[in-house]
Ligand binder design. Structure first.
Ligand code: PMV
Length: 350
């Protein structure tokens, strides 16, 4: 019998959306109500490293360790990812009978984040992207990153964008089976490589309202949300793609900030209202406004996800001005931390 242990390792980066995904038209398949667009952050600063192994000698159910702590793989989302990957492997095994039947072996998954998981940064995107990529490599699947993004999307919506590097769109798609709701490369990082991100870790606390719960309540109760998905986001997506293609930072920044504010406005318009921003987040917004005004042009853009931490995008040439603005604020507020990072893309394990 086959006693061998098969193994593959990979990494996946964190991505931070500049056009936000907020709202599901199909909660079980993670199909979004609107398209979104993100920038992939540097893997040397923020990434999940995952090793997937399988063997006929392993016993019991599939297991996952994240930073040494056992995690459940029996959630509907994880099961959906594993099922899709096994089905693709099983197709290969059916076509080529000499292949080992890896699809039938228990899986052992070991993941490590190189950034503090407790920092309140969206880690599920990198986590599910790395999980899917590692198993796809283990199973020697030939699917493209865009095809694999369909699987990662079922784990966590935003994870589909972490399968690609650089500037990545997630098209909402219109099909009920979700086959057209996947990640698409807008531009590789080399196209606009002097883009940088400063992450202000405002709070390490876990977010109050999970994105899944928040989205559901917003979809059900916010009237602003209807306008946002139908009218606002399609226009912002088009303008953002144009800004990225022409490396127009002022427009990139304006749309990024408007978008973040539109998303948080629909959160406030939700019943009961959802507050992700706090006083420190609002101080960061004010600091960016003042910085841009003082510079006489737009040199920095803020964006916030489902929590109070700010991500500030800027171009390398303006780094001194940006850091000079934020370092004093960082010193004032106890518990603030910062990480500056370049943008990057998925790559081989280091
Ligand atoms: O993928 P989820 O379910 O964690 O949702 C992510 C939602 C936001 O981070 C707020 C926006 C986005 O597009 O990443």
């Amino acid at each position: 019998a086959d006693q061998k242990i098969y193994r593959a390792s990979t990494t996946a980066p964190v991505n931070i959306a500049v056009i936000k995904y907020w709202g599901k038209r199909d909660p079980s398949l993670n199909l979004p109500t609107n398209s979104s667009l993100s920038v992939t952050l540097s893997q040397s600063d923020l990434r999940t490293h995952t090793t997937a192994s399988c063997s006929s000698t392993f016993e019991g159910p599939d297991t996952l360790l994240l930073n040494n702590a056992p995690q459940s793989l029996s959630t509907a989302r994880s099961l959906a990812c594993l099922k899709s990957l096994r089905a693709l492997r099983s197709k290969l095994e059916d076509a080529e009978s000499s292949l080992p039947k890896l699809s039938t072996y228990p899986l052992r998954l070991v993941s490590v984040n190189n950034f503090p998981t407790a920092a309140g940064l969206a880690s599920s995107a990198a986590g599910f992207a790395a999980l899917v990529r590692a198993i796809a490599d283990l199973y020697e699947l030939q699917q493209s990153p865009t095809e694999l993004s369909l699987i990662a999307r079922q784990g966590s919506g935003s994870a589909c964008r972490s399968l690609l590097g650089g500037y990545v769109a997630w098209d909402h798609g219109t099909r009920d089976d979700g086959l057209d709701s996947r990640a698409r490369l807008v531009a590789p990082k080399s196209h606009w490589s002097d883009m940088k991100a400063l992450i202000l870790v405002v709070s390490a606390a876990k977010k109050g309202v999970s994105s899944t719960t928040g989205m559901q309540t917003t979809v059900q109760t916010s009237s602003l949300f209807q306008t946002r998905t139908k009218e606002v986001v399609p226009k912002e997506m088009a303008e953002m793609e144009k800004a990225i293609k022409s490396k127009d930072f002022a427009t990139f920044a304006k749309v990024t900030m408007r978008e973040s504010n539109s998303f948080h406005a629909t959160c406030l318009d939700t019943d009961p209202p959802i507050f992700y921003l706090n006083d420190v987040s609002r101080a960061a917004i004010k600091a960016v406004e003042e910085l841009n005004e003082k510079a006489g042009r737009t040199i920095a853009a803020y964006t916030f996800d489902a929590g109070p931490n700010a991500v500030i995008y800027y171009l390398e040439a303006d780094e001194d001005a940006v850091l000079k603005t934020f370092l004093p604020i960082l010193r004032q507020k106890e518990g603030w931390g910062k990480m500056d990072t370049k943008i990057d893309g998925p790559g081989p394990a280091s």
